[in-house]
Design a protein around this ligand. Structure first.
Ligand code: SF4
Length: 357
């Protein structure tokens, strides 16, 4: 049985939330179609050549937002023989043969059994999926799908049994994924929340599944945001709400604690890409102990300067898990004083943080 959270019931009346993620709310309420449904109605031309597919894609995206603006209800025209969504799915499949879906850029052929850093094969494995009542108020109840495995190696991962075990869960093909989307929405989910592990290695299967889905439901990208610009371009016009982590400001800390190079450069670039493309965004910043000056404050400052309309969840729930006790500086929870400093900084910068933290 669901526990009732009153903040979930009243979330869409909150002015901070309403003004930050208006289109997402309209899709949740079935007043506007989800972006993937609009993409599936936008006619496109076919090609077998990747370079040509990209040029067709980029040309179509120039007119895409005008097409989006032409919808004022969830009534949709019939599907064309080939659509922008088909084209995006085809590009994603081609990338899989020399994978550069994320900035690891492993260039392995995942269609012939080769594995990259994420160790995800051609089809995703789903560790679990259910209606999550513990997400931020405007997001819960959330139709959350946990993909197995990850391209990061965070030493404090709280989902490490899923993210660091590529064999966890069950293989799911696009038809099965689509059925999960449909059943979660029918059971009352406000959205489909794609998470893991990490959803990025599964972009081809996700796009394919969306081609088969005719239920109106907003798509949430709940990610470490370490995508290539190419993957970002495929998701723009499909993702209704971005739910990125922004963990570190210092590149050395990202390398040490998550095993990932150029982290902050990549995340900042992708956040700007999403924001520029009308992205509605809820950023999650997990406050790490002893990282207030080096990471929390510069991240919050950067958000205030670059993404002023984004909602920001300043998260207090860090606890040392997995291998964290081997790293003295993160071997405890953040103190009340550290959290106070983080909240005061968010307030001082005028961030939209109160409604989702
Ligand atoms: S998605 Fe996986 S295989 Fe592809 S580039 Fe990233 S880590 Fe490598």
């Amino acid at each position: 049985m669901w526990l009732i959270r009153t903040d979930i019931l009243t979330a869409f009346q909150n002015e901070e939330i309403r003004s930050s993620i208006p289109r997402y709310i309209s899709v949740v309420k079935d007043r506007l179609p989800a972006l993937f449904l609009i993409s599936s109605r936008f006619p496109a031309n076919r090609s077998s050549n990747l370079e040509e597919l990209w040029s067709l894609h980029d040309e179509l995206m120039n007119d895409f937002w005008d097409f989006v603006d032409s919808f004022d209800s969830i009534e949709l025209p019939p599907k064309p023989p080939y659509s922008l969504l088909d084209l995006k799915a085809e590009i994603a499949k081609k990338i899989l043969t020399s994978c550069e879906l994320c900035e690891r850029r492993c260039l392995v052929d995942r269609t012939s059994g080769e594995l990259g850093v994420c160790r995800v094969g051609e089809n995703p494995r789903v560790a679990t999926y259910f209606i999550h009542m513990g997400e931020e108020a405007p997001i819960s109840p959330s139709g959350t799908i946990f993909f197995s495995s990850c391209n990061f190696r965070c030493v404090y991962c709280q989902n490490w049994d899923i993210s660091q075990n590529p064999k966890s869960g069950k293989l799911a093909n696009p038809i099965e994924l689509s059925n999960m989307f449909i059943s979660l929405r029918r059971e009352g989910a406000r959205n489909i929340n794609l998470v893991g592990g990490e959803p990025t290695p599964n972009i081809p299967a996700i796009l394919d599944a969306l081609r088969l889905t005719e239920v109106n439901v907003p798509i949430i990208w709940n990610s470490n945001m370490y995508l290539t610009p190419e993957s970002m371009k495929l998701l723009i016009g499909v993702v209704d709400l971005w739910l990125p982590d922004f963990k570190y400001w210092d590149e050395e800390h990202a390398l040490k604690l998550s095993g990932v190079p150029n982290y902050t450069t990549v995340v900042r670039r992708n956040l700007k890409m999403a924001y520029k493309a009308r992205g509605e965004i809820v950023i999650r910043h997990l406050v790490l102990p002893n990282h207030i000056e080096c990471c929390t404050k510069p991240i919050l400052r950067w958000i205030s300067e670059n993404l002023p309309n984004a909602l920001v969840n300043v998260m207090a729930q860090y606890r040392p898990e997995y291998k964290a006790l081997r790293y003295p500086e993160i071997s405890r929870r953040p103190t009340a004083a550290e959290m106070k400093e983080a909240y005061e900084e968010a307030e001082k910068l005028g961030l939209r943080w109160r409604s989702v933290s």
